[in-house]
Write a protein that binds this ligand. Structure first.
Ligand code: 13P
Ligand code: SF4
Length: 362
């Protein structure tokens, strides 16, 4: 829940309680001033701010009405009646909010906040895969742009990927575009993983390779692909009591070397619900700061050389400018939107059936 402060000084005091040991005083005072302005303007405009778990700590703690992982934020975007919706996350997330809310203004504070997974595949790639594997259902990770979602049957996020694949009741499933997430889901659902090659492939049902399989794509998250089993080994050697949590966008080897794997919110819940003294989070580094601010007394071992440059584009300055100047407006062509909406709605239906627990703070 956003911090409801009556003055910039009160905002500073509230932030300093949590971040006093992490952020230098002069910087925190400036951030508190910006956060106070944002919340005032948000109130005046009747806006809502949705914030992904990767937002930097001062922003994460002060201005979003709801924080969460991709699935929770998509659900909240589907529910909200507020207008405008300011999305403190990356473009595919803001696009998802727009697909669900065509009549409302959706603002992304930084124009260039992309994602290496979303960039790894085009709508034409999906059409080509459909020609190659006729009749095989296509699942897309939510980390794709609207035109790609429009070509797919159903979306998934890191918190429901295996459930979505299993909901399809098909031995062969195309799963796009994250190579590692697809491999992790294949392992979880007991399937083999195959990747399209240049040589023609026999149809599903006639090719033994495709008997009980996931057909993947070679997209990768530029952050999570960098974590290695050697990183895990070294940290365990130095801190034998460390608990290792890995996002499922990490390689299957890294996930196997970890103690737990789940979405960003699942990792946060894990730390809240366990009382180990130390955790290593194999994901965007800001999230470790956010958890540390919330759960003092637990040590977060950080590998902060690995950052998401796209998430880092979203600052308090740009969030204020977004509300002041209505920028940057997200638009999705209507013919694309209605087809992408089908894939999103099917996912939300499966997520509802599985009663995945939302953990947004509001
Ligand atoms: P979550 O849905 O787990 O928050 O993941 C989003 C993402 O982009 C991770 O890199
Ligand atoms: Fe995309 Fe990776 Fe950044 Fe998430 S962390 S937004 S998957 S590049």
């Amino acid at each position: 829940m956003a911090i409801d402060a009556r003055t910039p000084e009160e905002m500073y005091d509230r932030l300093a309680e949590k971040l006093g040991d992490l952020v230098p005083e002069f910087e925190l005072r400036e951030k508190a001033r910006l956060a106070f302005e944002i919340n005032r303007l948000k109130e005046r405009r009747g806006a809502i701010i949705l914030g992904h778990n990767y937002m930097e700590p001062a922003l994460y703690l002060s201005v979003p009405d709801i924080v969460g992982d991709s699935l929770e934020l998509a659900r909240q975007a589907a529910r909200t009646r507020k207008d405008p919706i300011v999305f403190c996350g990356v473009r595919f997330m803001a696009e998802t909010a727009k697909i669900l809310n065509p009549d409302r203004t959706v603002l992304l504070p930084a124009e260039r906040a992309g994602c290496s997974l979303a960039e790894s595949i085009t709508a034409e790639d999906v059409r080509e895969l459909r020609r190659r594997y006729p009749g095989v259902p296509v699942v897309t990770y939510i980390n794709t742009y609207a035109d790609v979602k429009a070509e797919c049957d159903i979306c998934c996020t890191s918190s429901n990927a295996a459930a979505v694949v299993e909901s399809l009741d098909s031995d062969v499933v195309i799963f796009l575009p994250d190579e590692f997430l697809a491999s992790n889901v294949a392992r979880e659902t007991g399937r083999r993983i195959v990747f399209p090659t240049k040589t023609p492939r026999a149809e599903a049902g006639k090719d033994p390779e495709l008997e009980y399989a996931i057909v993947g794509w070679k997209g990768r998250c530029e952050v999570h692909e960098q974590f290695t089993v050697e990183d895990v080994r070294r940290v365990r050697e130095q801190f034998p009591d460390v608990v290792v949590l890995a996002h499922p966008e990490c390689s299957p080897e890294v996930v196997a070397a970890a103690d737990f794997s789940g979405s960003t919110s699942a990792m946060i819940r894990f730390v809240r619900e366990h009382d180990a003294p130390r955790y290593l989070l194999l994901t965007e580094c800001s999230m470790a700061d956010n958890i540390a601010a919330e759960t003092p007394g637990r040590e977060m071992v950080r590998l902060c050389s690995v950052r998401c440059p796209h998430m880092a584009e979203i600052t308090l300055e740009d969030t204020l400018a977004a509300l002041e100047h209505d920028r940057y407006r997200i638009e999705v062509p209507e013919d694309v939107r209605v087809r992408a909406l089908r894939a999103l709605e099917r996912m939300l239906e499966v997520a509802g059936r599985k009663t995945l627990t939302p953990s947004g703070r509001a």
